[in-house]
Design a protein around this ligand. Structure first.
Ligand SMILES: C[S@@+](CC[C@H](N)C(=O)[O-])C[C@H]1O[C@@H](n2cnc3c(N)ncnc32)[C@H](O)[C@@H]1O
Length: 273
């Protein structure tokens, strides 16, 4: 609910604080006003920003995650957050997508503010928060590189399979705050790759780790999943970068499967400001 997170937000244009008036987010400078959509999110994108994930991509991820395939990874993330930050801490989910991870964290008592370039993602996330009765989760369309929040406002930043804007995360974290960066490990979705390609390679190490914060530790979430049915297999495939770079002939191999067993291998990097 935006009402409960206006202490963190600032106007994306003039950087003044904000308040909710009727169904709009208004800056305290009195000049800028952003309508709250019926789902409960607000669009704070300025200038010419790209649109983020499509309606179809958000729907596929919502369906896949909602079936619990990645629940063990969410549990590794949640345990790590609990180890470093107490209940009630303010967390920003940078690149929150459909808000599946954020709404889980809000359900455990954290104050969640999610940003994503996709208005479809923010709409889904806000609607699910409302359906789950979560008044401690709010969502806004904005880039992770220029988040409309004040300096040092957050106890933690979550960044899950989304662009890592290290300088901006350092700006919004308070001193002693934590960044939780979840992404693909070397063996992530190897079974999916084996089903698609003759030759498979391990994922390269990520090259976008933040430099302005102190690394604390790295945890790993590794497990196997069996994805049941073409709808779920297609949803998982559409969540990967391979979706955009696979030939029709190789896609056909995946389309012939009824089940797909694959490794899930995620790395959680934890940094301290
Ligand atoms: C692979 S999805 C991950 C979504 C979510 N964190 C999850 O793991 O379910 C990446 C998300 O990053 C968003 N995104 C990409 N570039 C962005 C940017 N510069 N600012 C904000 N969001 C961005 C996309 O719209 C998409 O929702």
């Amino acid at each position: 609910m935006l009402n409960n997170l206006t202490d963190i937000l600032v106007c994306p244009v003039c950087k003044n604080g904000v308040r909710i008036e009727e169904k709009a987010l208004c800056c305290l400078g009195g000049k800028h006003k952003f309508d709250v959509a019926k789902e409960g999110y607000v669009n704070l994108a300025t200038g010419h920003m790209p649109g983020g994930d499509s309606k179809e991509a958000i729907a596929a991820r919502t369906s896949f995650l909602g079936k619990g395939y990645y629940a063990p990874a969410a549990e590794v993330l949640e345990r790590a957050v609990r180890d470093y930050l107490p209940n009630g801490s303010a967390l920003i989910d940078a690149g929150c997508g459909q808000g599946w991870y954020s709404n889980r964290m809000a359900g455990q008592g954290y104050r969640m503010l999610g940003f994503d370039l996709s208005k479809f993602g923010c709409a889904r996330a806000a609607k699910d928060a409302s359906l789950q009765g979560l008044d401690n989760a709010a969502y806004a369309v904005a880039s992770v590189y220029t988040m409309p929040v004040s300096d040092a406002c957050a106890d933690g930043v979550l960044n899950i399979f989304a662009p890592c804007a290290g300088q901006e995360y350092a700006r919004v974290l308070r001193d002693g705050g934590y960044l939780f960066l979840l992404g693909a490990g070397k063996q992530h979705l190897m079974g999916l790759k084996r089903a698609l390609y003759e030759t498979t390679y391990e994922n390269a190490e990520r090259a976008d780790l933040p430099t302005a914060m102190t690394p604390v530790e790295t945890r790993r979430a590794t497990f196997e999943i069996t994805v049941e049915g073409q709808d779920d297999i297609a949803a998982l495939f559409s969540m990967t970068p391979y979706y955009w770079r696979t030939s029709e002939a190789d896609k056909a191999k995946l389309q012939a499967l009824d089940t797909l067993t694959t490794e899930v291998d995620m790395l959680l990097y934890i940094y301290r400001k």
